[in-house]
Design a protein around this ligand. Structure first.
Ligand code: AMP
Length: 340
């Protein structure tokens, strides 16, 4: 039997190429090989009290993003966290077995303290974030959770929550999940060469319009000042880094040879008409992005223009999610003595 795997995604603003290559594409590949659950963590998003209208829009945005990039809602159970009340109900049961010392040591809480945030300004939601995360996972008898190194400790809290609950209320109440830790976390560079991130303003947006995308690639990406006609350095170059993560091997090799020779046709003449410079490399990347992402970009627009359809897909997903979570919660309610 396939292992059950779960991934949560926060509804944040416009997704970029770093999100796609670093998080979305690998998650979709894993989803194909497992019995997969994917949810929009809209309750987690509340811990930073976003503006209601923006949050609503971002939930649609993230749903359309993942669907457009290839989530198959027939295969993957795709739902909104707040549509599954079994999760928050289970979170309370877990709150009643988890010691506060463990939550005080959690990175989420310590990070907030480290930033010198006034104690009054740290909300209970942030403090209890690992409890809700534990419920997200334990409510579905999940076998495996892919986590970055930064989330490892939070998953350990989940495992501890399940063990403690089982110790008090009987073995077999909750399944203790395994972590799948990706040791080789990929860092996609942004236009200025630093990690692509909204906070650095160096992103290439996935779903901006075509002109914008081409402009960001051609004008935004910083390169060195190699003279036109001389070989270009591929290592550490943002254009090549992104190109090689998307193109097929034949195209990557052809591109590498153009870089190495500084010529469009590596076996062609050494004259200016055949020179291959940064402008050509960026043009090739822009073309590749438009080609590779074209269908997803069109699908994203189509989905965002039909909110009713998105609502319906999410409603179907939450029905499927609840059908799994309900008996698990009932099992726990019975174990603690709240059901006969
Ligand atoms: P964020 O919206 O910045 O929290 O990013 C969401 C997820 O996208 C992160 O947890 C990473 O897995 C992935 N991600 C974001 N930026 C990058 C990047 N520059 N390189 C690789 N992965 C990234």
């Amino acid at each position: 039997m396939q292992k059950r795997i779960l991934t949560g995604v926060k509804p944040t603003g416009a997704p970029h190429i770093g999100n796609y290559l670093g998080a979305i594409r690998p998650a979709l590949a894993l989803a194909k090989k497992h019995d997969s659950f994917l949810f929009i963590a809209d309750l987690h998003a509340l811990t930073i009290t976003p503006k209601p209208a923006e949050l609503k829009e971002q939930v649609y945005g993230v749903a359309a993003t993942w669907l457009a990039l290839g989530v198959d809602p027939k295969q993957t159970v795709f739902y909104r966290q707040s549509d599954v009340p079994e999760i928050t109900n289970l979170a309370w049961l877990l709150s009643c077995v988890l010691p506060i010392g463990m939550l005080e040591r959690a990175h989420s809480f310590k990070d907030a303290q480290g930033k010198n945030v006034e104690r009054e300004d740290i909300k209970h939601g942030l403090y209890a974030y690992p409890v809700l995360m534990a419920a997200d996972i334990l409510a579905f008898d999940i076998d495996v959770v892919p986590v970055g190194k930064d989330q490892k400790q939070h998953l350990e809290i989940t495992q501890e929550a399940a063990r403690k609950f089982n110790l008090i209320y009987g073995d077999g109440c909750l399944k203790v999940p395994e972590a799948m830790i990706d040791e080789q976390v990929m860092t996609i560079p942004g236009t200025d060469g630093r990690k692509m991130s909204k906070s650095y303003g160096n992103t290439i947006e996935l779903f901006g319009d075509d002109k914008e995308l081409v402009k960001t690639v051609k004008k935004g990406i910083k390169t060195d000042s190699t003279e036109y006609g001389l070989p270009l350095k591929d290592e550490g170059d943002t254009v090549f880094e992104i190109y090689r993560l998307i193109a097929d091997p034949t195209r990557i090799e052809a591109m590498r040879r153009r870089y190495q020779t500084g010529r469009k046709d590596p076996d062609g003449p050494n004259d200016p008409g055949n020179y291959f410079g940064w402008g050509d490399a960026k043009g090739a990347l822009a073309d590749l992005l438009l080609e590779h992402l074209g269908p997803a970009r069109a699908e994203y627009r189509r989905l965002m223009a039909d909110r009713g359809h998105l609502d319906q897909l999410l409603a179907e997903g939450s029905d499927r999610a609840r059908a799994v979570a309900h008996p698990i919660l009932e099992r726990c309610l019975k174990a603690v003595g709240l059901r006969s």
